[in-house]
Design a protein around this ligand. Structure first.
Ligand code: GTP
Length: 501
């Protein structure tokens, strides 16, 4: 979502860090470019003005300009300013669901993704927070809406309130709260009706439901792709409903991101989650520091690790860790890594969260590397027999020919996969237990303030850490990690990889 902004800002930052010393004029002109970049990303004018006014005195200060790495210092100041604008340094705010049953009311315009988000939230509360959740649709105007929620509930295995025709929204809310009390539910999520535009009837009705249900959380679901309209919607809803938080949907889309950046500053409301896809697992906890890191092209390693942790099957991870500790890594393991990679959003999705992503992406593109290649490589491994996968040495010329025919590729492709496997297996062997230890250390450092040493912008440290994590964490694409011009990813296009020098 922030691609264009990230590109623009990294251009500005390259200019700053490329110089040994900076004058006040250099910094001022960089700030002007940042201002334009933010406006082009559709961030509200007032928010941009405030942002620049906040960071300028710090960025042009003598202590910055005379420091050893003035460029890095300025970037850090921009980073801190962005974090502040996005909601400060407080830990990502969860939901307040202490009362039992806690009511969460979902509000928003029609089509903003309210119902989908209700399902995502319910799924998260069930799986992540181990809560017993009941969902109820209060949309009496569009009968299909109630049915949509029911189907969603069946898919994610979360109960929905049985549908009774002819009830008013507030009556359905009463029935839902009663059912939750009787049924021992921890949380009731009320999915209110939306309209295509803000109108008095919708607001009045939602206010009535809120008055009765006294929600622990009243959350506005807003479509990030609608830009400044989403910000205005939030403002208007907040006037009437006393919102407690926001969820921005369609953050996976290619909008300019301005809404996401302005929301907090304009409304004062915390953004709690981001919707990142149509499926029920497309929900991400919002964390100002991580988003700032992503926007500034410094990656979001924490989200990446979280995504990995959510995707990795505990049993498989354990097995993989045990094998790695012994230095064993067969073709089946490699295929599994490819599958993990796909589940985590594919190469593109992962790259977007890595520090130095822009350069690595360019390297990947120049090598013609994309998710199709990974899929093909997986297909090659799948064309092998289990025995061959466990013992690649079995693959003589005739077997290779059979595998190539099975996967619909040339034998040279099979050889590439085997070579890549050899390199990965070699690295796994070298790493053994040491790799896991290193990863634990890196994760520990992250827990204390995001980035080691609090140097938010020390991309070298971050890259180093990501490299270690990439090497230690099955599913992150394998040994070596991604940053550093892809050289660390054997066979995935780096100089040590499948491509011959
Ligand atoms: N790409 C993407 N699509 C989303 C996201 N959230 C919701 N959608 C899609 O947006 C469309 C509308 O979502 P709904 O949940 O039906 O919207 P709603 O606000 O409940 O709409 P009404 O029930 O008509 O009020 C659906 O096709 C969803 O799959 C998201 O985060 N990313």
């Amino acid at each position: 979502m922030f691609d264009a902004l990230t590109d623009r800002l990294s251009g500005v930052f390259d200019g700053l860090t490329g110089k040994g010393s900076l004058s006040e004029k250099d910094v001022s002109s960089a700030l002007r470019e940042i201002r334009v970049a933010l406006l082009e990303a559709d961030v509200a004018l007032d928010v941009v003005k405030q942002f620049i006014a906040d960071i300028k005195p710090k960025a042009v200060g003598e202590d910055v300009i005379r420091s050893v790495k003035p460029g890095q210092q300025v970037i850090k100041i921009v980073n801190d300013g962005l974090v502040e604008m996005l909601g400060g340094n407080e830990e990502a705010q969860g939901l307040r669901i202490d009362n039992i049953p806690a009511v969460i009311m979902m509000a928003g315009l029609q089509g903003s993704g309210k119902t989908t988000t209700t399902g995502k939230l319910a799924r998260r509360l069930k799986n992540h927070d181990r809560k017993k959740v009941l969902m109820a649709s209060l949309d009496v105007y569009r009968p299909a809406a109630m049915h949509q929620l029911k189907v969603l509930g069946e898919q994610i295995e979360v109960d929905t309130l049985p549908i009774t025709d002819g009830q008013m929204p507030v009556d359905i809310a009463k029935r839902a709260v009663n059912a939750a009390k009787l049924g021992g539910y921890d949380v009731v999520i009320l999915d209110t009706a939306g309209r295509t535009t803000l109108d008095e009837q919708m607001m009045g009705e939602a206010a009535q439901v809120a008055e009765f249900a006294n929600p622990a959380e009243t959350i506005l679901v807003a479509d990030a792709l609608t830009g400044q309209d989403a910000v205005e919607t939030a403002r208007r809803f907040n006037d009437r409903l006393k919102l407690t938080g926001l969820i921005l949907t369609r953050m996976d889309g290619d909008g300019r991101g301005g809404a996401a950046l302005s929301m907090r500053a304009v409304t004062g409301l915390p953004i709690k989650f981001l919707g990142t896809g149509e499926k029920s697992d497309g929900l991400e906890v919002f964390d100002a520091r991580r988003i700032a890191g992503r926007i500034l092209g410094q990656g979001d390693v924490v989200s990446l690790v979280e995504r990995a942790a959510a995707e990795l099957d505990e049993e498989k991870t354990k097995r993989m860790a045990e094998k790695m500790a012994k230095g064993v890594f067969d073709l089946e393991d490699m295929a599994e890594q490819f599958r993990q990679l796909q589940r985590m959003g594919g190469l593109g999705g992962i790259m977007g969260m890595m520090p130095g992503a822009k350069k690595a992406k360019a390297a990947m593109d120049s090598q013609g590397l994309d998710d199709k290649v990974i899929k093909r490589q997986e297909a090659i491994i799948l064309s092998m027999t289990p025995k061959e996968r466990a013992k690649p040495a079995l693959l003589n010329a005739s077997r290779k020919k059979r595998v190539a025919a099975g996967a619909g590729v040339h034998v040279s492709e099979v050889n590439k996969v085997l070579k890549m496997h050899k390199q990965m297996a070699g690295m796994m062997k070298k790493m053994g237990k040491g790799g896991m230890k290193q990863m634990a250390k890196a994760m520990g450092a992250m827990g204390q303030g995001g980035v080691p040493g609090g140097q938010a912008m020390d991309s070298a440290a971050l890259q180093d850490m990501a490299g270690k994590m990439g090497s230690g964490l099955p599913g992150l694409g394998g040994p070596g990690g991604m940053p550093g011009g892809m050289g660390g990813l054997p066979g995935l296009g780096g100089p040590r990889g499948g491509k011959k020098k």
